[in-house]
Each structure stands twice: as structure tokens, then as C-alpha cells.
Design a binder for this molecule. Structure first.
Ligand code: TYM
Length: 334
């Protein structure tokens, strides 16, 4: 059976981008047709300035939102990265296979480091993609369902898997990224040239999964478009409009270019998009509310999930340790 792994980073409140680009498909498709693991990747949240209490809070919230989005612990494994030591164990070994040049080429690193304007960044921000590769490779993952912004990181995981296998013997499955048909990169409603990202900023351009319906409506109605009048789907020239059409298409199951033909005003498009988003997020918000009333349930799911994940990752990480030349502890099977 195909093995699927993916994750979300608890650096901010989860957004419509996370949902349409990744989580929704995990619940609707991946968990049903594969042996799938979904992870709150909390170690990754320590790569930028952080508040420990907030990371804990957001990690809990992200776990409940994964379940609220429809992940079913009977069908897939849901867990928190730091509960499974194999991620960090493997990350170090992969650092001994990766090069610093590869790390410095990563677009997300370049963008985030540039934002520091010459100030120092954490070393873990540079090595973050290696930890992400470890997340993926530890589980013998075939497919990694992600939004567009993560495909370069999955490529790195592929490269490291191939390199390790060539040098030290076949150990890792070589994974590949998969993406949604539309909304692989949901853009910020106030700045449609940049991604709707949870950690970047707060505010009117980002729809959060837990926003109240009226807040969602307001944000969508105020989305930046352009001074044109006709509704056409053109990602290059009409980025704001294209973003709305993609969001509408993703929420209603249509095609952005075809949907454009049904509108002759921006106002009508925004109104329908706002309602479509509200209806798409409604069940997630409702289920999240129920789960908040039952924190013991979520904790139980995470505990079981970590146990299952550990058992799955251990043999592969042990094999990587042996392959690269580390002496097995006395009593371990060789
Ligand atoms: P993160 O937490 O930024 O995002 C989680 C998932 O949501 C997708 N996504 C988007 N998709 C479309 N439009 C957007 N605006 C948008 N914003 C986010 C992301 O592509 C991602 O699929 N490095 C990862 C977390 C991670 C991971 C992994 C993922 C760590 N280890 C192993 C897969 C496998 C990240 O920061 O995702």
C-alpha cells in the first residue's frame, strides 16, 4: 500500500491556504487510499523566534484542527513530531549526507533569512529542510501531499534519499510530492503576489480556519483585485482575481476559467467566494468546537499515533544508522 506522510508547522493559526492546499485532500483522499501519517511538526516551529507557551498552544490547536478537518484516527496516524525521537535521530545522519550549498539554495531559507535584514537567524532555519527530509524518509514514504511552496523541500528529500542509497546501500524509499488540482498556492487577499502564510503576518489578507463567518466575509469582500471590469482567469496579469477564482473553484469543485465566464462583476464573484469559503470552513469550525470540549480525546489520539509512528520509523532509522557506519548497541539485531 502507498505510504503517505505530511505535516503542518505550528507557527501560527492554520489558514485557508493550509486547508485548500493540503489538509482537505489528506482527509478526503489520502487517508482512504493509503497508509497515511499526518504530523504536527513542532520541532520545525523552533526554527524562528518563538514563545514556548504559544508553540504548545498552537500544537494542540493544530492537532485538533487536523481531526476537525476530517482526519480519522481509525484510518490514519495523527501525531506530534517531538513525541517520536526518530525524526531528530535521522536528521543528524542526513546532515552528514547533505551539503551547506544545498541548504542555502532553499527558497524559503533565502526569503526568511532576507527578512532578518542582516541580523542572525537560527542555525536550525538553515538545516530545517534536512529535518523535513528525515520526517519523510523515516517512514518509507512514497507520496508527500503538499502545497506548491513545499515542493522544493520534497525534491531535497528525494536527492538525499538517492544519495544515501547510492553511498550506503538501499535504505530509503524515494518520495515524490503530490499537489491539488487547484489552490496549490492560495495567495494573500491583500497582496496577491505573496502566499497566504500563517507565520508571515496577521491581518486582513489571511483567512484563518477558525475565523468567524462574518470575519471571513469581510476579508473576502475586501480582497484586493485590480481596476479592470471583466472577470477573466489570468494568473499573471490579474493575480487578485485569479486567486478568488481559484478559491471559489477549490471550494465548489469547479474550474477557475469556467467559473470566470459566469460573472460580470467583481462584487458578485467576491460574494459567492465569501459564501463558498464560509460553507467550506463551517464543518471544520463546528467539529473543532466539539473537540475543544474533549481534550482527553485529542490527547489519546496523539498518544496512540506516536506509538504507531515510532514503531513504523524505528526499523528504517536503525537501518540508516547501520548503513552509514554506526556501531549497533550490544544486543541489537544486526
Ligand atoms: P506549513 O505548515 O507551512 O504548511 C502546511 C501545508 O499547507 C500548505 N500550504 C499552502 N498551500 C496552498 N496555499 C497556501 N497559501 C499554503 N500555505 C501552506 C503547505 O504547502 C503544506 O503542505 N515544511 C512544512 C511542514 C513539514 C512537512 C514535513 C510537510 C515539515 N515536515 C514533511 C510534508 C512532509 C511547512 O512548513 O508546512
Amino acid at each position: 500500500m502507498t505510504r503517505v506522510f505530511s505535516g503542518v508547522k505550528p507557527t501560527g493559526h492554520l489558514t485557508l491556504g493550509n486547508y485548500l492546499g493540503a489538509m482537505r485532500r489528506w482527509a478526503a483522499v489520502d487517508q482512504h487510499r493509503s497508509d497515511a501519517l499526518f504530523c504536527v511538526v513542532d520541532l520545525h516551529a523552533l526554527t524562528v523566534d518563538h514563545d514556548p507557551a504559544r508553540v504548545r498552544r498552537l500544537s494542540r490547536q493544530a492537532a485538533s484542527l487536523l481531526l476537525a478537518a476530517g482526519l480519522d484516527p481509525e484510518l490514519c496516524t495523527v501525531f506530534v513530531q517531538s513525541h517520536v525521537d526518530e525524526h531528530a535521530r535521522l536528521s543528524y545522519v542526513l546532515e552528514c549526507v547533505a551539503t551547506d550549498g544545498e541548504m542555502r539554495r532553499m527558497i524559503q531559507y533565502k526569503e526568511k533569512a532576507a527578512r532578518e535584514r542582516g541580523g542572525s537567524v537560527r542555525l536550525s532555519l538553515l538545516t530545517y529542510p534536512v529535518l523535513m527530509a528525515a520526517d519523510i524518509l523515516a517512514y518509507g514514504t512514497d507520496e508527500v501531499p503538499v502545497g506548491d511552496d513545499q515542493t522544493q523541500h520534497v525534491e531535497l528529500a528525494r536527492d538525499l534519499a538517492v544519495r544515501f542509497n547510492q553511498r550506503y546501500g538501499h535504505t530509503f524509499v524515494v518520495p515524490r510530492a503530490t499537489g491539488p488540482a487547484v489552490a496549490a498556492r492560495v495567495m494573500n487577499l491583500q497582496d496577491p503576489t505573496s502566499k497566504m502564510g500563517k507565520s508571515e503576518d496577521t491581518g486582513p489578507g489571511i483567512v484563518y480556519l477558525l475565523d468567524e463567518p462574518d470575519v471571513v466575509r469581510k476579508k473576502v469582500m475586501r480582497a484586493v483585485t485590480d481596476s479592470g471590469r471583466d472577470v477573466v482567469y489570468d494568473r499573471e496579469e490579474r493575480a487578485g482575481l485569479a486567486n478568488l477564482l481559484e478559491i471559489l473553484a477549490a471550494c465548489t469543485g469547479g474550474d477557475p476559467a469556467e467559473l470566470a465566464g459566469g460573472y460580470d462583476s467583481y462584487g458578485a464573484l467576491k460574494k459567492d467566494t465569501a459564501e463558498a469559503v464560509v460553507e467550506t470552513l463551517r464543518p471544520v469550525r463546528e467539529r473543532h468546537k466539539e473537540l475543544c470540549a474533549d481534550p482527553g480525546y485529542v490527547e489519546g489520539v496523539l498518544e496512540d499515533g506516536a506509538g504507531k509512528a515510532r514503531a513504523m520509523a524505528r526499523p528504517t532509522v536503525d537501518a540508516a544508522y547501520r548503513g552509514i557506519g554506526l556501531l549497533p548497541p550490544a544486543g541489537a539485531s544486526r
